[in-house]
Write a protein that binds this ligand. Structure first.
Ligand SMILES: Cc1cc2nc3c(=O)[nH]c(=O)nc-3n(C[C@H](O)[C@H](O)[C@H](O)COP(=O)(O)O)c2cc1C
Length: 357
């Protein structure tokens, strides 16, 4: 360490974070603790709780941190939109940390994939006048339990202790003023994977938002509603209902004390098949929109319009189907079909909670 903490004037650090299951929150705390020990005046801001997100005043000379999980090879929309609306800076230093889906196989730690999360955010913030001093992904345990069972607690601990040390080293570099742009090492793979971020943004996230439901085990404790970081869950017909505001952050499904919240795999695959293979087929048969557009538009423009039109129809039908699903699930027979086609229902499908640090 080149500087003596007793000689440094208090400086300001503000970390804007979003976190579903606690990984990004832990990382924010680790960085905050290190810099607090070095005499920084530290503020942690949960962006889900900012009342008027347009009103952010940047303190001159403050070091700014952005910390969030990676969702669909980008930052989740709440953080991405926050970055887009972030005020311009006159030369504030800024660092970006994205937590990713880390795994461990045997003794090997496997990293997640950032996609656009780091470099698109860095470009936007650079244009806003920030000096980027840190771009660092942290591979904490994957929380995406709609896709895979939660990681074993012993593996979680092992990943956690490795990544905590890595984060603390990163924070120390911030303190001594050494740049850490580790994220740039992944730039090729991130650029290659980044096209997937687009369909996720316009379709995938809405479909995922409509994949959650509460089974009959729900005791209406409303914990999911109270704890949702983006207030996306409402009560409709005396049961939780997931609105399109949902970020699929996995908080609700992981904290439910009754394990009553599930991902409706059967419903999602059934609805996806019906919409794509039957409904859209008949819509396009009845309205030959492709031929119509082709008569006066170039092929690529035609394809682009059709892509957005398709996305609009898919998301629209999913929202409609979820209404019907929500109505039908009160009937025992339908509920049982849905429950037993939800992989998350099975006992071996562990939940994930970030260790409390
Ligand atoms: C909907 C969703 C999408 C995800 N997409 C990615 C991804 O594209 N790349 C990745 O490395 N991890 C991905 N993950 C894993 C999370 O980014 C990772 O587990 C993160 O550490 C969770 O942080 P949190 O506990 O603060 O929410 C995804 C998780 C979810 C729930």
């Amino acid at each position: 360490m080149k500087q003596d903490k007793n000689k440094v004037n208090p400086k300001k650090l503000i970390i804007y974070y979003f976190s579903g299951t606690g990984n990004a929150k832990n990382v924010s705390n680790w960085i905050a603790n290190i810099l607090h020990n070095y005499n920084y005046d530290v503020e942690l801001v949960d962006i889900g709780k900012i009342e008027n997100r347009r009103k952010i005043y940047l303190q001159k000379d403050a070091l700014i941190g952005i910390c969030s999980p990676t969702h669909g090879f980008n930052f989740p929309p709440i953080m991405f939109h926050f970055i887009l609306r972030f005020p311009k800076s006159k030369n504030n230093k800024l660092f970006i940390v994205n937590t990713r889906a880390g795994m461990k196989m045997g003794k090997y730690f496997l990293p997640g994939l950032s996609g656009l999360a780091q470099f698109l955010s860095a470009i936007i913030l650079k244009f806003k006048g920030f000096r980027i001093v840190g771009m660092h992904p942290i591979d904490l345990p994957s929380n995406w339990i709609s896709f895979h069972p939660g990681i074993k607690p012993t593996v979680v601990q092992s990943i956690y202790s490795k990544r905590k040390r890595e984060t603390e080293r990163f924070a120390q570099k911030l303190y001594i003023g050494e740049k850490d742009l580790k994220a740039l090492k992944d730039i090729i793979q991130d650029i290659l994977i980044s096209p997937i971020a687009f369909p996720y943004y316009i379709i995938g996230r809405f479909v995922l938002a409509k994949s959650f439901y509460a089974s009959k085990d729900c005791t209406k404790c409303d914990l999911c509603i109270k704890k949702c970081p983006v207030q996306a869950i409402k009560t409709i017909d005396n049961r939780p209902y997931w609105t399109y505001k949902c970020e699929s952050c996995m908080q609700c499904i992981n904290i439910c004390p009754e394990r009553a919240i599930e991902t409706a795999h059967g419903f999602v695959f059934g609805a996806w098949f019906l919409i794509n293979s039957v409904i859209l087929y008949y819509i396009y048969k009845a309205i030959p929109i492709y031929d119509f557009l082709n008569s006066f538009l170039s092929t690529w423009l035609n394809r682009l319009i059709l892509f957005f039109f398709n996305a609009f129809l898919i998301v629209g039908f999913f929202i409609l189907f979820y209404w019907i699903f929500h109505f039908l699930i009160r009937f025992r027979f339908f509920e049982q079909i849905v429950v037993y086609t939800s992989l998350t229902k099975w006992g071996f499908w562990r939940r994930y909670k970030a260790p409390r640090i």
